[in-house]
Design a protein around this ligand. Structure first.
Ligand code: UFG
Length: 336
């Protein structure tokens, strides 16, 4: 594999941070994004922060002909596929939209890759494929069980990718199951851009700390955890970004695929996140314990040892860095 990489969804939250890591590792990166959940200034910001020019194609993966045309033009040696929708609640309210974007879009991309003979894929999957985990920490051989349309789209695409690998021995995919990405670039100039009220905990807490929202609603105080609130594995987005660089190296050097968890191995409760964010921001963060959110598990954290063994990667930034970087980004958003 040479070094031209197409990053679908490269203007999104994880995609933009990964593009910076790729550019800094010497890859020639082309972004393809439909900007449905990202901003048009992001590619320029990536270029500024990385010190390297990034090309950008506006592309909607649901358009098969346009996807084929884009792949023919770019001729990537590998593809990292982030371009998908990711809100569980939205997927329950509008499943067709999720199947169209996450399933049809991915199948169009895989078809276009086959057309041009591009055999290296890094696929963004999610710990959501474990459903309600039967044990923690979760290793990759845990039972797979999607419990909502979003999760089903990820699981279906993992299976499609596995089938393609079986039928095309030259095709290799790194399937990366993310736990809870959080934090921001340490410059404070790039981070997550939630539209409307954030669904995820860390950006919501950041907005409460900033005085944009009155309080955090803690979804459930009676989980089977030490303080009764849900436990998750929060991983810094730049650690996650670095794992993608390692995954490309693995595909290039080993010429085989893999499926790995990307998490830290440590779980924190909702209350612990609020406390850590309060320390990082120096602000009081009001919260109220409310009803459980349907579909949430008590605890979900990774066994990250396979990623360390196969990729030689492990997360290096802890919860305090996640909160400090998310806070710096929140302040930047308010000043600009
Ligand atoms: N939570 C609150 N209040 C909020 C938001 C979240 O108490 O306002 C709690 C949740 O109940 C949960 C924890 O904070 O215990 C984390 O919730 P997030 O919504 O931030 O993250 P999830 O673990 O629910 O979801 C994440 C990804 C999904 C993915 C899922 C499973 O966002 O895409 O992990 O891997 F499907």
């Amino acid at each position: 594999m040479n070094n031209r990489i197409l990053v679908t969804g490269g203007a999104g939250y994880i995609g933009s941070h990964t593009t910076i890591a790729l550019l800094q590792a010497g890859y020639d990166v082309v972004i393809a994004d439909n900007f449905s959940n990202s901003e048009r200034w992001i590619p320029d910001r990536i270029s500024t922060l990385s010190g390297h020019v990034v090309q950008c194609h506006e592309l909607d993966l649901r358009n098969h002909a346009a996807t084929l045309e884009c792949l023919h033009q770019v001729r990537p040696d590998g593809v990292i596929h982030f371009g998908a929708l990711k809100s569980v609640g939205e997927s329950i309210a509008n499943p067709l939209h999720y199947y169209q974007n996450n399933v049809t879009g991915t199948l169009n991309l895989l078809d276009a890759m086959q057309h041009i003979g591009c055999n290296n894929l890094v696929f963004s999957s999610s710990a959501t494929v474990y459903g309600y985990p039967d044990r923690c920490p979760i290793s990759e051989d845990a039972a797979l069980h999607a419990i909502n349309p979003y999760g089903r789209t990820k699981l279906m695409m993992e299976q499609a990718i596995e089938d393609i690998g079986t039928s095309s021995p030259g095709f290799h995919a790194a399937v990366l199951r993310y736990f809870n990405p959080a934090g921001a670039h340490d410059s404070g100039q790039l981070g997550e851009l939630p539209r409307g009220a954030p669904n995820n905990l860390v950006p919501f807490v950041a907005q409460v700390a900033a005085g944009l929202r009155p309080e955090v609603k803690v979804f459930g105080g009676d989980y089977k955890t030490p303080d009764g609130t849900g436990i998750r594995d929060y991983i810094h987005v730049m650690d996650l970004a670095q794992a993608h660089v390692h995954a490309l190296e693995y595909l290039r050097d080993r010429k085989q695929g893999l499926v790995v968890n990307l998490g830290t191995g440590s779980g924190y409760s909702v209350i612990e996140i609020i406390d850590a964010f309060s320390r990082a921001s120096g602000r009081q963060i009001a919260y109220q314990i409310t009803d459980r959110r349907p579909g949430d598990a008590d605890a979900c954290y990774a066994d990250p040892s396979l990623a360390e063994k196969l990729l030689g990667w492990r997360a290096s930034r802890g919860l305090d860095t996640i909160c400090a970087d998310a806070w710096r980004w929140q302040i930047h958003l308010q000043q600009n």
